[in-house]
Write a protein that binds this ligand. Structure first.
Ligand SMILES: [Fe+2]
Ligand SMILES: [Fe+2]
Length: 177
C-alpha cells in the first residue's frame, strides 16, 4: 500500500475506471443503434430511450473526462514526455469530432418527433443510425489509442515524483469542478 497516494488506485486506476464505464456505455449505444436497424418499429421507443440515456452520459461523465484530459492530463504529458505530442494532437481532434457528432445525434433525436410523414421519420432514423454507428466506431478506437498509446506509456515513463505531481493536479481539478 502506497501511503503517498491521494486516490485509492492511483490516478491511472481512476482514468481506467472511467474508460471502462465509457466502454460499457458505448456497447449499449452500439446495441441500440443495431436494434434500431433490425428490430423495426416494435422496439423503436426502447432503443431511442437508450440512445438518449447514452447522450446524457456523454454530456455529463464523458464531457468531464474529456475536460480533465485536455486541461490537466494532456498538457502535463505533452511537456514531460514530448514524444506523446503528436498522438495527443490526434486525440484532441477526435474529441472535437466526437462532440460534433454527438451534438448532431441529439438534434436528430429531437427532430424525429417533429417529422410527420413516414418517409421523413425513416430518413431521420437512418441519420441516427449512421451517426450513432460513427460515434461507436470513433470512441472504441479512441479509448484503445489512449489506453495503449498514452496511459500505458505515461505509466511506464513518468518518474515517481512526476506521477505524484500529476495526481495532485488531477485531484485538484476533480475537487474544483
Ligand atoms: Fe480522450
Ligand atoms: Fe480518455
Amino acid at each position: 500500500m502506497n501511503s503517498n497516494r491521494l486516490l485509492p488506485n492511483g490516478f491511472f486506476g481512476l482514468l481506467e475506471d472511467v474508460h471502462t464505464d465509457v466502454s460499457h456505455e458505448v456497447e449499449r449505444l452500439e446495441e441500440a443503434v443495431h436494434n434500431l436497424q433490425f428490430e423495426g418499429k416494435a422496439s423503436l421507443g426502447r432503443n431511442l430511450k437508450q440512445i438518449r440515456a447514452t447522450l446524457h452520459f456523454f454530456s455529463s461523465s464523458l464531457a468531464k473526462h474529456i475536460e480533465l484530459e485536455e486541461k490537466v492530463l494532456f498538457p502535463f504529458l505533452g511537456s514531460h514526455i514530448p514524444k506523446l505530442e503528436p498522438v495527443i494532437h490526434l486525440l484532441i481532434a477526435e474529441h472535437e469530432d466526437f462532440k460534433r457528432n454527438y451534438e448532431d445525434l441529439g438534434l436528430f433525436l429531437d427532430s424525429l418527433s417533429d417529422q410527420t410523414s413516414e418517409t421523413d421519420r425513416g430518413k431521420m432514423i437512418k441519420k441516427i443510425q449512421e451517426t450513432g454507428t460513427y460515434v461507436v466506431y470513433l470512441l472504441k478506437n479512441h479509448l484503445r489509442v489512449e489506453d495503449r498509446g498514452v496511459y500505458g506509456v505515461a505509466e511506464e515513463e513518468l518518474r515517481g515524483e512526476e506521477k505524484k505531481e500529476l495526481e495532485g493536479a488531477i485531484v485538484k481539478f476533480l475537487g474544483r469542478s
